[in-house]
Design a protein around this ligand. Structure first.
Ligand SMILES: *Cc1c(COP(=O)(O)O)cnc(C)c1O
Length: 391
């Protein structure tokens, strides 16, 4: 089968790109190659070993050369090459450590995934990397220094769903020779392709939508072959690889990504609209709502607005009552799975930030974050209706 990432649609790429057709049996799915020892010498003169990120199941996701075969993740993100890691944080830390050295300066968005915040603020300063923070491209531009090496964003961001103008960010990076990086976990490649807008590197926590079933921890980098090669050289040293079984599960999850994301989008949009009109709710953050401060940016660069939203109760003291009364939507961490989840960022994902840091980022104690699953939307609305009802 010849799959062309430039002409085939995203649903077709989800299913057919980067699947290892099994010549031995004619099976339709990639086999799982469990070996950690591979014959050497071999015709390719290659040292094959899982921690070298080059076993068959890993290579399904890793294309050093787009011309050879169109692999699934690189194809979906419109990138030359991809590398799959044992977690989103392995992808993020390896990318950062592969590029930053003492004396460098890096600029980060104010509201990022809590784990990324911790990594950046606790590990980078002791390695001699200077940090700046900003909310938008104008603030990133103002923070630039001669020694700035990279700018790192999430769009939409976690948990406030802020959106960054990615074409503007890419242009800023190119003008100043600064690497632009986005964590595209919330959007997924179905809704947004940052590389096509000029961004240099895309990261995913594949634990979330890409796997999509809340049962695999994985991470992904998609970028030019040059960037992926550089990061691979560090990744081999840091050791954050994904094992063959998890690669296989991730590959299986990816086959339904386009279908799932379409329903996640629809359900989140309906829930956001419902909550925005509910008298017990004071504020809803969802990039698809016209009143969202970056709605115009999101509409320009996204094909769908994603499955994540957050909201605030008019009376935050009712938060625990709401959580205890939900019957379908499960109070839990993580996101991007088929089941709807709800969490309180100030108590969970962003708990280790100081109150001042949370305030700077705009994360109030009464903020609730929802990952809309793919259930029947009326059941989700009914669940919130009952849980929010006053008596
Ligand atoms: C979960 C998450 C991560 C971290 O990914 P892990 O797979 O848990 O290591 C990074 N960024 C975002 C936006 C996330 O939601």
């Amino acid at each position: 089968m010849t799959i062309d990432p430039h002409t085939h649609g995203l649903s077709t790429l989800c299913i057919h790109a980067g699947t290892h057709l099994d010549q031995a049996t004619g099976g339709a799915c990639s086999p799982i190659f469990t070996s950690t020892a591979y014959a050497f010498p071999n015709p390719a003169n290659a040292n094959i070993y899982p921690r070298y990120f080059n076993t068959p199941n890993q290579q399904v996701f890793n294309t050093p050369n787009q011309q050879v075969i169109n692999r699934k993740l690189a194809a979906l993100e419109k990138g030359e090459a991809a590398l799959v890691f044992g977690s989103g944080m392995a992808a993020i830390s390896t990318l950062l450590l592969a590029h930053l050295k003492p004396g460098d300066h890096a600029i980060f968005q104010n509201d990022l995934y809590g784990g990324s915040m911790r990594l950046i603020s606790s590990e980078l300063p002791r390695l001699g990397v200077q940090l700046s923070w900003g909310a938008n491209v104008a603030e990133f531009a103002a923070a630039l220094r001669p020694e700035t090496r990279l700018i790192y964003v999430e769009s939409p961001s976690n948990p406030l769903l802020h959106c960054i103008d990615l074409a503007e960010l890419a242009a800023l990076g190119k003008r100043h020779g600064v690497l632009s990086v986005i964590d595209n976990t919330f959007a997924t490649p179905i809704n947004q392709n940052p590389l096509a807008l000029g961004i240099d590197a895309v990261i995913h926590s594949a634990t979330k939508y890409l796997n999509g079933h809340s049962d695999v921890n994985a991470g992904v980098l998609v970028a030019s072959a040059e960037i992926v090669n550089r990061v691979t050289a560090s990744a081999v040293n840091f050791g954050g690889m994904l094992d063959a079984h998890a690669c296989s599960q991730l590959e299986r999850g990816l086959k339904t990504l386009a279908l799932r994301v379409q329903r996640h989008n629809e359900n989140a949009e309906a829930l956001a609209g419902f909550l925005a009109l509910h008298p017990a709710v004071s504020k809803v953050n969802y990039p698809g709502l016209p009143e969202h401060p970056e709605h115009a940016i999101a509409a320009r660069q996204m094909r769908g607005f994603g499955g994540m939203l957050s909201f605030e109760l008019r009376r935050p003291e009712q938060l625990d009552r709401l959580l205890s009364r939900l019957r379908i939507v499960m109070p839990a961490l993580s996101l991007g799975g088929v089941e709807s989840l709800i969490c309180v960022p100030s108590r969970s994902t962003h708990r280790t930030m100081t109150p001042a840091e949370r305030q700077r980022a705009g994360i109030s104690d009464g903020l609730l974050r929802v990952s809309a699953g793919i259930e029947d939307v009326q059941d989700l609305i009914d669940d919130f209706t009952a849980a929010l009802a006053m008596e």
